[in-house]
Ligand binder design. Structure first.
Ligand SMILES: [Zn+2]
Length: 494
């Protein structure tokens, strides 16, 4: 038996000003660009990825497995057609050479210059090459699911956590269900439904209500054997496409009426609680004042207006400016993306006194925002290469790379970490690689929405959500949506 497997992962924020090129598809490996074959297999073996699970299951079942391509990029703007065409070609060429099944590690919220549903397009092309080939896919919790994906996949499963710490298990469930189908034990069919809900990502986390009861019911139904697999997708709201929304996807054996019934039940639960998926942001000033009011640290301040995990640029400086304005001390902040400032600090050298204009290098035309740097003075601290192995629960074992990195040491014991490759801080490594122990700081200012919880919740005495401006804002009224389906809650009162 031979499997072709591949990873194509990107969450596209269609409002981000940063286009995504093929070279950006290098996340998790520390190697430039995508990876192929044996190199890719080595990079993702024993990592918390769906591809890692596929490799293990192939070993376990004595099957041959070829990794056509492993391409994962940090969330950012529209993906170039050239990148997508290359990824598709690698996968379709491998499939055309002959295999018994295809195992895909996809994100599910990618948008390219030409396709608003590239995952569906990829699956359509695979089926064009091999019409009857069984295909299993593992999808991110933030998938916007489409009809083309449903029509061209045999088995679909999604993550059940946010931060995403069950990526391996998701791949495992997808592959195991597919293997059972191939062995003739089951005949899986998909029931699915998309609800017209643009949920707020700060309210999607399955460990908290309102998502908790819905996800718990899905888990239970699967554990009890009521259905084969049950997935809820929170959806990725910062995507101006027609198939955005919260979705339910159930795999059940043919002739098992529980599949459609569970799909309807879970969708209805989400719809009944739609008002609970609305997040009220408050103000930036109010959030920083709240952080200042707490006695003991570390106090994690999560600036969620511009997190990499949802396509943020991470060079908007408003939250740091407010932290300095109100005089917070003993702070670590970052990592902020500003390759030019890193180069400036590196040429000045460790220990040099410098004044830099940090961040604000990027305009955000979709939001009519002009880049605005923040002038900072201090001493150059540790210089590092920004590479570390992830030890926390999210993407465990993968190589993270925030590029050349520099610390600016400012008065009041404020340390600002500046990087040259964007990464959401979901692991303490973003700071420890620069010689900073975040647990020893009173305040930790991060650009993150929920993923920081994977690496920092265990040391946080308090967590404050900070609504900085940017392309990941929770204020949907700021975004010029043109292609989303209407009516859509909460933009429309339905
Ligand atoms: Zn996600």
């Amino acid at each position: 038996m031979k499997f072709v497997s591949a990873m194509m992962r990107h969450e596209t924020n269609t409002f981000s000003p940063l286009p995504t090129t093929l070279e950006d598809f290098c996340r998790g490996t520390g190697i430039d660009g995508p990876n192929y074959g044996e190199v890719a297999a080595k990079c993702f073996k024993e990592t918390n990825s769906a591809l890692g699970a596929y490799l293990d299951i192939a070993d376990e079942s004595g099957a041959e497995i070829e990794v056509a391509i492993a391409a994962s990029a940090s969330p950012s703007g529209i993906v170039r057609d050239t990148a997508f065409e290359h990824i598709c070609e690698m996968i379709c060429t491998s499939v055309a050479l002959g295999c018994d099944a295809v195992l895909l590690d996809l994100h599910g919220a990618m948008v390219t210059e030409t396709f608003d549903d590239p995952e569906g397009e990829l699956l359509r092309r695979i089926r064009h090459v091999a019409p009857d080939i069984p295909i299993a896919i593992a999808l991110d919790f933030h998938t916007n699911i489409s009809k083309m994906t449903i029509d061209n996949a045999t088995v679909i499963t999604g993550y059940r956590t946010y931060p995403h710490i069950d990526i391996y298990e998701t791949g495992e469930r997808a592959a195991r269900t597919l293997l059972r189908a191939m062995a003739g034990e089951i005949d899986p069919v998909i029931s699915w439904k998309v609800m017209p809900m643009l949920t707020h990502m700060n309210k999607q986390t399955p460990s908290c209500e309102p998502m908790k009861s819905i996800m718990d019911r899905a888990r239970q139904a699967e554990a009890d054997g009521e259905v084969l697999n049950a997935s809820i997708f929170g959806g990725f709201p910062l995507s101006d496409i027609p198939h955005v929304g919260l979705a339910t996807v159930i795999m059940a054996d043919r002739n098992n009426p529980n599949g459609q019934a569970l799909c309807d039940e879970l969708s209805d639960m989400a719809w009944q609680r739609r008002a609970d998926f609305v997040f009220e942001s408050g103000t930036l000033e109010g959030a920083v004042a709240e952080a200042k009011s707490y006695g003991d640290g570390p106090i994690v301040m999560a600036d969620h207006g511009e997190n990499v995990g949802a396509g943020g640029v991470t060079d908007v400086m408003d939250a740091l400016e407010e932290v300095l304005r109100v005089g917070l001390e003993d702070v670590v902040a970052g990592p902020f993306w500003d390759p030019a400032s890193v180069a400036e600090l590196r040429s000045a050298g460790e220990g040099a006194e410098v004044t830099i204009d940090l961040g604000g290098k990027t305009d955000m035309p979709a939001l009519n925002m002009k880049g605005r740097p923040l002038r900072l003075s201090g001493k150059v601290g540790r210089l590092s290469n920004g590479a570390f192995t992830i030890s926390g629960p999210m993407m465990t074992g993968m190589i993270a790379d925030i590029g050349d990195c520099a610390v600016l040491e400012m008065s009041g014991d404020v340390q600002v970490v500046i990087c040259s490759k964007r990464l959401e801080p979901y692991d303490k490594g973003v700071f420890t690689q620069a010689g900073i122990d975040p647990a020893s700081k009173r305040y930790i200012l991060l650009k993150s929405r929920q993923h920081f919880r994977a690496g920092f919740e265990d040391i946080a005495k308090h967590i404050v959500m900070v609504p900085g401006p940017g392309v990941c804002s929770s204020d949907y009224d700021l975004f010029p949506f043109k292609n989303i389906p209407r009516p859509l809650y909460p933009l429309d009162d339905i």
